[in-house]
Design a protein around this ligand. Sequence first.
Ligand code: ADP
Ligand code: MG
Length: 644
Amino acid sequence: MITDELPYSELRYRRLFEAARDGILIVDPETRKIVDVNPFLMEFLGYDYGEFIGKELFEIGLLKDEAASQAAFRQLQATGYIRYDDLPLETKDGRRLDVEFVSNLYQDGDQQVIQCNIRDISARKLAKTALRESEERFKLVARAVSDVVWDWNLTTGSLWWNDGFLTTFGFIAGEIAPSVEFWTSRIHPDERSRVAEVIQQSLATAEESWTTEYRFKRKDGSYAFVRDHGYILRDGDGKGVRMVGGMRDLTEQKIMEAQYLRAQRMEGIGTLAGGIAHDLNNVLTPIMMSIELLKADSDNDPARRKILDVINISCRRGAELVRQVLSFARGLDGQRVAIRLWRLIDDLEGIIGGTFPSNIKIVTQVPDELWPITGDPSQLHQVLLNLAVNARDAMPQGGTLTFSASNLMLDAQFAGTSREAKPGPHVLLQVGDTGVGIPPEVRERIFEPFFTTKQPGQGTGLGLATVHTIVKSHGGFLDVESEVGRGTAFKIYLPAGLPRQTADSVLPIPTDLPLGRDELVLVVDDEFSIRLITQQTLEAFGYRVITACNGAEAIALYAKQPEQIAVVLTDMMMPIMDGAATIEVLMHINPSVKIIVASGIASRENLAKATRVDVHDFLAKPYTAPTLLKQIRDVLDRPANIMR
Ligand code: ADP
Ligand code: MG
């Protein structure tokens, strides 16, 4: 209480005591009882003056109990000072607080006095806990995200990043330590100064954050395309002191986007060109028809005929162009039959072998056991031809043109890397050359319709666009590898599988089935559906097939080409001439003929009939495709003389 009687220094002390924003208690060291309390503490704890005076400290909850109180006072007597950083304290109305408690013993005139200062630290403690929790949360989040998270202290220059940095860019734990220098050194040299400028700029202005994209070098030396996003933390003066941010690898996304855009562009041009081609067709048709009429009129005018021939040739070229444009613009719904690719390649080799310059060497690498594919043979023929012609054009000085094919099982992993690829069995067709190669900027556009680098009249720019459309309509996709000056390889991936109408076309393809090597098989059966399905199956697996619907027809066919027919598959019960009689005649024509008997009536009598003519190989009806294929391969692979 401030009264006028107090001496000046006492008055000043009193003022401080009353105005303090800390709680203050005065305790008598003899009795350990409270003798004075300042207003702040009264208000803080909710007790009034009378409730403090005469109490011991533990009675207002400041020390735990009497024993604690005794210990504290002993220490005070000994050292003159005690301090507790963090004591729990309850207010009168039951609120729990945390306080800092400092106590001093000093001499006041001729008596000793204890002064206790009590400071509320609850808010400080809460903030501390919150900070710790938020830092822990940050660390957890940084660990949980697969993106890169970084934290850059601008004052010290130190940088921290999460493990996402390592995994994203191909490093292993402990291999590199975070540093601004390391980060900078991996930014593509062309983009370093731009990135630095973006950051400097946003630091200099009052920006809260910045975003930029740049190429960032992975451990393996390749560049990832990243988007980096930083938030700036500033001090009271607005100076940037810390930046926290994230980097995301957008490489995959960019590739997909580019693929998508390219496909879109092609579709657009395709639709447009399709429309024009259609109209052009209508323009060309009457011209071509008129030429014929005019020709008939000009029998004895050779000069005029010559002019008409020139017009005719030009018209046909125009019509051919229109046909090509339409063939890639239309969805191309060609035939769907089983295709033996190596025959296709064989055919093509025949054609180009005669027409390509002799300084181009043609090599084919096709394994015997290629999986069958389904498609339109003439379209696929065109694919190979277009690629071959391009290869020729790329090798004006000569070189090697390679056709190769292989079986390939695409897994989900592979399929994931391309927008068009699907997992499953595929046949990979490759057409390679040792020509001039394709520069990267050209590479981007080669599949576009009408894109050509050739002289006018030499290229239409439709070859690869057509290839692309055909391959796509076959459910496949393609890829190109090229090195300028070394050559180019086009890779065509076609899904393997038999046509849907074939009973045994169940995917995945049994890969262990024995395949034909283009041997000719004569299938004899009076039932049409059996002939059809047997023919389709055998053709799908690499055989050529001719059929007969009774014994007489079979004999006639066999007699014409006994050398070519490798094996005869015959039914037993047939009208006109049954199996047994047929076999007899066949063996008469060729004693070492290979025959497989298929019979639905596996009765002893029937068998005896068959064995009378001593047929070794018997196939019980109904049979599955694998049984048929194994049986045929067995018989064909067996030398003729040990057949019987
Ligand atoms: P065109 O052959 O009529 O020019 P294409 O669509 O067949 O049209 O090919 C487009 C372009 O792709 C060609 O002009 C050429 O620049 C490039 N190209 C295609 N195949 C090859 C190859 N094997 N080697 C080098 N460049 C090629
Ligand atoms: Mg071409």
